[in-house]
Ligand binder design. Sequence first.
Ligand SMILES: Nc1ncnc2c1ncn2[C@@H]1O[C@H](COP(=O)(O)OP(=O)(O)O)[C@@H](O)[C@H]1O
Ligand SMILES: [Mg+2]
Length: 377
Amino acid sequence: MSTLSNPFLISNYESKEYFCDREDELQQLLRNVENNANTTLISSRRLGKTGLICRFFEHLHEEKRIATVYIDVYSSRNIDDFIHLLADGILRKFTEKTPIGKQFIKILKGFRAVFTYDDISGTPQVQFNYQTVNDKEYTLQRLLQFLDTQPLRVVVAIDEFQQIAEYPEKNIEALLRTQIQQLKNVQFIFSGSKKHTLTEIFANAKRPFYASTQFLTLKSIDKEKYRHFIRLNFEKGKRTIEEEAINYILNWTNTYTFYTQFVCNRAYLHKKVTVEVVKRECAIILNEQESVFLQYRKLLTAKQWNLLVALAKEEKLNQFYSKDFMTKYKLGNSSTIKRMVDALLEKEMILEENSTTETTYRVYDIFLMRWLQRTYP
Ligand SMILES: Nc1ncnc2c1ncn2[C@@H]1O[C@H](COP(=O)(O)OP(=O)(O)O)[C@@H](O)[C@H]1O
Ligand SMILES: [Mg+2]
């Protein structure tokens, strides 16, 4: 068992010891794999998709029945990048020291691929030289076929999958769908935060991926479970935290994973955590972020900024066009407001959340929301 100096992680996944709940989601991912179903994993940014994938993969590694490949395609701009990231991901998994890795490298060399090694980490990287468009499709097919012929079943997670909607190639979805459909041994998790884009890809009857996956939408972690997780970790670290202080953290961060982790991480610097200690740490966090927030203001029009301030003050809003809201903040008529809301949604400054009963809006970044509330009281 590893011992970290701070159990509240705010960047990478470490192990299930430092991971709060998500048991139901884990079970659903397992069930999907058992049923040969692919999964589309959706939530807003920083709620815990990547963490959940890591948690799931840790579980699969323990069972040793299934191999896993993880790629993050956030940085990809076209199909070439996608193939490149997939090859790197496979190579990270089946290293050149293993027989399978050797076999994979042999296949890659068949495509005249060139290998380079990252100076610092020493991880291998693959460069392809395509002659024709068909070359690319064939390369992608061979990479997937390689996985399909492994003795273990394989789960491939493609994180930030919405990125493929930005590729200039028009047929990427059809191409991927056709190739994926032929695989017998490989399951996929398509993960991303742009709900609208992903729903279009996977739930529009006119698109290739239609009805080919099970949806898994992450929600905030249950408050009681988070409370328990926080208390437990403070106890393990021989620290005390007041119940009131935990409440304050959960409310101030809306029990939104990244922000809750962040504040807990800071609170953990203290041996005895009271509400006052937490409030002080929260204020420090906002001070640290201030220059970033001021930068945001430069990127928005004055009116958009005013709308964001108004939304922060309301904390949560069902209706931008209600008489109350419009007379209170004087932001213009409903069509002006609609244009601003659309722009802020597009810039991911505002988050739209849908439940079966209602749609609500709030400032996307919780720290920004708290900072706006503090700055414009
Ligand atoms: N269940 C969890 N328990 C504790 N920390 C978590 C959990 N899920 C995510 N985190 C942490 O929260 C942060 C945001 O999670 P991440 O998985 O990166 O979100 P996403 O991929 O949805 O943007 C990360 O620092 C991660 O370590
Ligand atoms: Mg992520």
